[in-house]
Design a protein. Sequence first.
Length: 231
Amino acid sequence: MLNYDPLACLPSSEELPDSDDTPVDNELQDLIPGLLKAILAMAWPERMDWFFGVDMGIYYDPDLPPIVPDGFLSLGVERFYDENLRPSYVLWEEKKLPILALEVVSQTYRNEYSTKKAEYARLGFLYYVVYNPFRRRKPRLEVYKLVNNTYELHEDNPVWLPEIGLGIGIERGTYLGIPRQWLYWYNQQGERLLTPEENAKLAQQEAQEAQRRAQLLAERLRSLGVDPDLI
């Protein structure tokens, strides 16, 4: 009897391009999702069941080109396969649709509010996040949740995402020495999660404080006639 496996006939992630090869026209399209990914890596250091892709192709049909969000989050998948990492995200291999897609609007409009939004809804992405740094009167951040196959807008800042266990929002800060408005992850209390730079600075401050306390203790012991080096 012939055993037919339809998945064996489909191209693998190694055989597919990793993106659509369209260059970004705004550096923020890389930096903003890159920051979100870096914060997640510090927030979930022990978790191996998530993946955040940046400018990576998501293949959902072997006969169609991929969709390429500026960033996307998938839960319940392997964080990485091996040291070569993922070349692309292929749904018939991963068997998990990403839970969130992110688009950063550039000066060249790329249909973030029309055809891309409709495509993400059709595929079933639970959350669709659009950040438009060029807006003046309308909200720069829009977070949509799929309800009955239609995206509903949530205008809070930050917006709590219970299925992810984090919130997402915008505020001013500094990343890579660049002071501006950035996207961040938040805990359930609405507190912003620290960036890698901020975590490193905090650790340095804590070390300096510990050293200062040790020096004060040593001076106190010497004033009492005790040599701290002999303790």
